[in-house]
Design a protein. Structure first.
Lengths: 603, 351
């Protein structure tokens, strides 16, 4: 029943109970593979709960570098009795299931097409650890030891990782090392190791890091020079502000006085959070707020205000499953439309679509530059998969010559030389007027109002004056096209079918293109990176007879937006939609395309 | 009448302040409110207070929400930046602006609808943060722009113009603010400029959240018999408890006050407020006494005015945050960007 040996290409899934301390053990396992030079990705499927509900962590190792959710499980570590039946069903034929054999499992739950391994994890812990809490926690580390033996992981690597993690907690270090050893030795003594699925040291991760998108975006905001952050806690965006705060505490605090070069405000709600961002940006700081779908709904009135009064603002929307409260701990790309047009009236917003943590880092920089250049809110649409999962990406680099693009701003010295200043006067013909900061100079004073205003900034209810302003805003939208990042386009050597996709679909789409390529199907790929659409999006659609739009929502929001904004007919585009809350996998895309093509042939 | 420009002509002998500016330099555009509106008197008092304090005009930032009161920042301090925000959300905008530039004098103008209904949450939380600003509620007990609905400040039994009585209990912004930990709480009346101007000056100089609830009758929708926010009713039930005289720094307190009646409170910029008790039992530095007094006078149908509560010892938002003394807007980018070397060091933990 043993499957074909598979070196450095496998997926392990660990089923745990929330709140039992499994996260660090699972991270240890994932990082051990990474340290062995094997490309790896870790995906956390967790409940909206603090303790007690089921949670899973999925590690995919892929020497080929395919780092989407794999969609198949080779090794299952079933630590949660409650989900045991489902976990057993989830293992791919030829795979393995490891369970805690301290207690007997249900005799009816078995499968003949996989190998089931019982390891006395609790028993080992009970014998070696006196406290109840340690027994619960160390059980996780013991299964890492067992898996290490089964996969032939380098014990040195694990040991070094533990030394680094617990460098300042000697008491914990000892217990962890013991637990690893216990699991490892037991497996070596009692099982046939290694499995046909095994890890072998290679060198494919040396220029990479493992990071989640929220951390990367928080770090990017520090480097972009954001000094004010306002937020209201909401899953899955909370860790973005946690990261920003952490990096600020270490890099922006005077070591002697403790004085901070930043101000983070936990707001009373999202309405206040965006109000604070607009206030701070208006006063001249770079300010941002991280949030998720429900937060954007609450911020909508102010987003329209920011658009109409032309105040820069940066929002990170770490999307989760909607509608309504939806599934807060599951991923989706279902806020594309609501963010593009958030607020009443003729309002439209610049959006950026990072595909991974690396792009989150650089998107943060771009978002602040764009917001200030275009004087408008910019929304970075990340999602839970990017924001909270552990991605492998290229080591981040910062250009020390970078200077923030503050856009058109007159400071005191400029104003001193000027005869007069008018806030909304388009002098340069790019539909962007200059702004001033409060406190700089009496000549710079102007009155910001969400009510009708004319090009001089004065209140108006005059039809012509009003229309002049909103027409200029539309013209500014055209200007935005020359500033936002262009789409990524990759042509295959066969050039027959096109895929347009967005954000975190990227890994699964690439893997699908690779797999379909092996079947002889050439696919060209365009990934939009921003709204408004620019560059060759229109041309790409025109150049193909068949274009699939792959996205993670029910209503084909990206496709609708393409039809709405470009010269495209609805039937030129075929949607492929994944929206069950799990990250998309490659097989979903290849199956959809194969089915669609077969349908075409049959007809 | 917003299209009418105020003539720039001024009397040649207008008095000037320490900066050589006249009171006209602190004015704004022409008011578009109804003739006789209490709000316009408050605007006049604000102009006077700002002029007397000799603060450079561009060192103010004036912010508001939505409603008649919130239109008024267009009518004073034309050389200051103004921010007419969305309904009930001025406190958050002021919080953000202040976080970016802690050195400006922030004046927020709101109304009873803007602060006590739609904006109650933001009002409360700005107080909790002890945001350094002067927050004025121009309180007329009624929604004017939408033609006369009761606001949350309307007293029980107070009658609308159509004769309908309000049945729900009012929210008293002063009691609420003291309960929430506000560090400066005053009440005044738009018809009493002598009381209002020193309070405004003290509020601008107070470090932390300064609330002034100003009863400001609506001549169109709430100035009739049966209304408890009319000019007539307010004058009849008006009870100044604590008068406040504002004494700028380096100026001697020359006026004579009777022993036991005067209570000087030193502000952080060196100026002083001398509190004169009209009511011997009332101690405006004692929270419990202040709240008790306000509740009693409310039950008696009296409108207690003056500086109702003051505490100069409370740290404001930036002190709590330990923000650098340089306004964040002026901190150079090179200072806040940690650079590529640090980025490489940071990433060691992600390997």
């Amino acid at each position: 029943m043993n499957s074909k040996p598979s070196v450095n290409e496998f997926t392990i899934k660990i089923a745990n109970v929330n709140g039992t301390g499994s996260a660090s053990a699972n991270g240890l396992l994932m990082r051990s593979l990474f340290r062995m030079g094997i490309p790896v990705v870790g995906k956390n499927y967790f409940p909206s709960n603090i303790q007690g509900l089921p949670t899973w962590y999925e590690i995919r190792a892929s020497e080929k570098g395919h780092l989407a959710r794999s969609g198949r499980i080779d090794i299952m570590v079933a630590m949660n009795a409650e989900t045991y039946r489902k976990d057993l069903e989830g293992v791919a034929p030829g795979g393995y299931l490891i369970y805690d054999s301290t207690w007997p499992r249900h005799s009816l739950l078995k499968r003949d097409d996989i190998t089931i391994i019982g390891a006395p994890l609790s028993k080992m812990c009970n014998e070696h650890f006196p406290s109840a809490r340690a027994r619960i926690l160390m059980k996780n580390v013991v299964y890492v030891g067992v898996v290490a033996a089964l996969l032939d992981l380098n014990l040195e690597v694990i040991s070094t990782l533990l030394n680094e993690t617990f460098a300042k907690k000697a008491s914990l270090l000892e217990g962890n090392q013991l637990a690893i050893r216990m699991g490892y030795d037991w497996a070596r003594a009692n099982l046939e190791t290694p499995l046909p699925f095994m890890a072998k040291t290679i060198d494919k991760t040396s220029d990479s890091i493992i990071i989640d998108g929220n951390t990367a975006a928080g770090l990017g905001s520090v480097y972009a020079g954001a000094t004010v952050g306002a937020w209201y806690p909401i899953t899955p965006s909370t860790s973005l502000m946690d990261a920003f705060k952490g990096f600020c505490e270490t890099t922006r605090k005077d070591p002697e006085t403790g004085e901070r070069n930043f101000c983070i405000i936990q707001a009373e709600d999202e309405l206040a959070a965006i109000g604070m961002v607009l206030g701070a940006s208006w006063a001249g700081a770079r300010a941002f707020t991280p949030t998720s779908g429900p937060g954007v709904s609450l911020m909508s009135e102010f987003l329209g205000y920011g658009y109409f009064t032309e105040i820069p603002a940066v929002l990170f929307n770490v999307q989760r499953c909607g509608p309504s409260t939806g599934m807060p701990t599951r991923t989706q790309q279902s806020d594309i439309t609501s963010c593009a047009f958030a607020s009443h009236g003729d309002t439209r917003h610049v959006l950026l679509f990072p595909a991974n943590p690396e792009e989150c880092f650089y998107s943060a920089r771009d978002a602040f530059d764009l917001a200030e250049r275009l004087q408008t809110p910019v929304i970075v649409l990340s999602d839970l998969d990017i924001g909270m999962n552990d991605w492998m990406c290229k080591t981040l680099e910062w250009d020390d010559n970078y200077k923030p693009d503050r856009g058109k701003v007159f400071r005191a010295a400029d104003l001193e030389k000027m005869e007069s200043f008018h806030r909304y006067l388009d002098v340069d013909g790019d539909a962007i007027a200059a702004r001033t900061f409060p406190g700089d100079h009496p000549k710079g004073a102007y009155f910001t109002r969400g009510s009708g205003h004319n090009m001089y900034g004065a209140y108006t209810e005059d039809a012509g004056e009003y229309q002049e302003v909103v027409d200029r805003l539309r013209q500014k939208w055209e200007t935005a096209k020359s500033y936002v990042p262009e789409p990524l386009i990759e042509y295959s050597d066969k050039n027959s079918i096109g895929i347009i996709s967005i954000g975190s679909c990227d890994e699964a789409v690439r893997e699908a293109i690779y797999d379909l390529g092996k079947e002889g199907l050439g696919i060209n790929y365009l990934r939009v990176k921003a709204f408004p659409f620019n560059g060759d999006v229109q041309k790409f659609i025109d150049d193909h007879d068949k274009v699939y739009v792959v996205e993670q929502n029910r209503d084909a929001q990206l496709k609708s937006l393409l039809v709405l904004e470009l010269d495209v007919n609805n039937d030129q585009l075929t949607e492929i939609l994944h929206y069950n809350g799990l990250p998309m996998n490659a097989a979903f895309v290849t199956d959809a395309i194969n089915q669609d093509l077969a349908k075409g042939e049959a007809a | 009448m917003s299209f009418m420009k105020k003539p720039a002509v001024r009397h040649p002998n207008l008095p000037v302040n320490d900066l050589g500016l006249t009171v006209r330099d602190y004015e704004g555009g022409m008011s578009t409110l109804c003739a006789g509106c209490g709000h316009d008197s408050i605007t006049g008092a604000l102009v006077q207070a700002a002029f007397e304090l000799s603060i450079p005009t561009h060192r103010f930032a004036k912010l508001s929400g939505i409603g008649c009161s919130s239109k008024t920042p267009a009518y004073f301090l034309k050389d200051s930046h103004g921010f007419n925000s969305t309904h009930g959300r001025m406190p958050s905008v002021a919080t953000g602006a202040n976080s970016a530039n802690r050195d400006l004098c922030y004046i927020g103008v709101s109304g009873d609808g803007d602060s006590l209904s739609i904006g109650m949450g933001q009002f409360a939380h700005a107080i909790r943060r002890n945001l350094n600003m002067l927050y004025i509620i121009e309180n007329n007990g009624v929604y004017g722009l939408t033609k006369g609905q009761f606001s949350a400040a309307a007293d029980v039994g107070s009658k609308s113009k159509k004769g309908e009585a309000n049945l729900q209990p009012p929210i008293d912004p002063c009691q609420t603010a003291i309960t929430l930990g506000a560090s400066f709480v005053a009440r005044s009346f738009s018809g009493d400029k002598d009381q209002l101007v020193p309070l405004l000056k003290a509020g601008m100089r107070h470090r932390g959240f300064g609330l002034i609830d100003v009863i400001s009758p609506c001549v169109t929708f709430n100035d009739h018999v049966g209304s408890t926010k009319s000019y007539e009713y307010t004058r009849e039930h008006y009870h100044p408890a604590i008068l406040a005289d504002f004494v700028p720094p380096a100026e001697e307190i020359r006026t004579k006050y009777d022993e036991g009646e005067a209570m000087p409170v030193k502000l952080h910029d060196g100026s002083t407020i001398v509190l004169r008790k009209m009511d011997q039992d009332y101690d405006p530095t004692d929270r419990v006494s202040a709240i008790t007094n306000l509740m009693e006078s409310q039950t008696a149908g009296e409108i207690t005015t003056g500086l109702l509560y003051v505490d100069e010892s409370q740290p404001e938002m930036h002190e709590l945050n330990n923000t650098t003394s340089v306004p964040l807007v002026d901190v150079p980018y090179d200072t806040v960007c940690p650079g590529n070397d640090m980025l490489q060091k940071i990433q060691a933990r992600y390997r």
